[in-house]
Design a protein around this ligand. Structure first.
Ligand SMILES: Cc1ncc(C[n+]2csc(CCOP(=O)(O)OP(=O)(O)O)c2C)c(N)n1
Ligand code: SF4
Length: 292
């Protein structure tokens, strides 16, 4: 949880793997990074076993750049494609059973707040639409109603990708999938609306067509969760395998979906808005440029 706890004795640093040296000397652990700098610093994730062209990977890669304090962040994930990337990142990861990510995150966040009163520890759940809107639905809703202070990010590929194409509550009505051969009979769940009803402090919907926006949204969500209450990001992260999107067309699909039905939206409660304005003022005073 802290570089200090794994700091090697002076003089021995040079014997550690180059990956470790880069991480402690030239990554987000040392200073805040911008999406536009990707390629010129050591990223928290560099390798993964996801399908070629998977938009979920692009989303997670840029989302990680937005973490305000990765050294003191814990990710909670579960079965589903996203954990294949998250488990490779230089951020501690806890594998919740499928369906209980938000219960695990709530307990963890509360424990961390007691143990580290003066040092904020950020907890971020990243899981699929099946994991959050279907099997984990109750735990998600209760973490929101109870105002648990962590961020939930839904990797919404509108299908159970990892298990071969079952419909989820987030699949669009009428969609035919390998394991929904007669087409989905119900509407896509309105998780944004449910988040609002539950009093979630910051809610955003994004598509990874604009990586800077993804990183900024994650930063905002994590900072607001730290101080105010639960935050929720719903990210369209198409499954090119189950939706048969040719790899070179993945971003075309993302742009079309964004234009048609998944435009960037954000909502803040009054309390979250006031807190965010305060943070922005402080940032301006310190003359720290906004991330780009
Ligand atoms: C309690 C439980 N039920 C079912 C499964 C099997 N399972 C593993 S991944 C998965 C679907 C994942 O879909 P989603 O959460 O939408 O993530 P994606 O793979 O699409 O990213 C299921 C049903 C499981 N691991 N645990
Ligand atoms: S199955 Fe779909 S969501 Fe999973 S890694 Fe492949 S393209 Fe991505």
């Amino acid at each position: 949880m802290s570089l200090e706890t794994v700091r090697v004795a002076p003089g021995f640093e040079k014997y550690l793997p180059i990956e470790y040296q880069d991480l402690v000397n030239d990554s987000q652990f040392v200073k805040e990074r911008k999406v536009s700098e990707i390629g010129s610093f050591k990223e928290l994730i560099e390798e993964h076993p996801m399908c070629a062209g998977c938009a979920m990977t692009l989303f997670i890669r840029t989302a990680l750049v937005g973490l305000p304090n990765p050294e003191h962040t814990i990710h909670i994930g579960t079965a589903g494609c996203g954990r294949l990337v998250l488990t490779q990142a230089a951020v501690p990861f806890i594998y919740g059973n499928y369906g209980d990510t938000n219960a695990v995150a709530a307990g963890l966040k509360r424990g961390l707040s007691i143990r580290f009163k003066d040092a904020p520890k950020d907890v971020v759940v990243m899981a699929g639409d099946g994991g959050l809107a279907d099997i984990g639905f109750a735990a998600v809703m209760h973490s929101w109603f109870r105002k648990e202070k962590f961020t939930t990010i839904m990797l919404d590929n509108e299908v159970y990708g990892n298990t071969g194409g079952q419909e989820s509550g987030m699949t669009q009505k009428g969609m035919v999938l390998k394991m929904a051969p007669t087409g989905k009979k119900f509407e896509k769940m309105d998780m944004m609306g449910l988040a609002k009803t539950a009093g979630v402090a910051y809610i955003a919907r994004v598509v990874p067509t604009n990586p800077t926006r993804v990183a900024n949204t994650v930063r905002k969500a994590v900072l607001i969760a730290r101080e105010i209450g639960p935050t929720y990001i719903q990210a369209y992260t198409s499954c090119n395998i189950e939706y048969a999107i040719p790899t070179p067309k993945v971003m075309d699909d993302a742009r079309e979906v964004e234009k048609d039905r998944y435009g960037f939206t954000e909502y803040l409660t009054d309390e979250a808005k006031a807190y965010w304005e305060h943070l922005e003022q402080e940032r301006r005073k310190l003359k720290v440029p906004a991330a780009k």
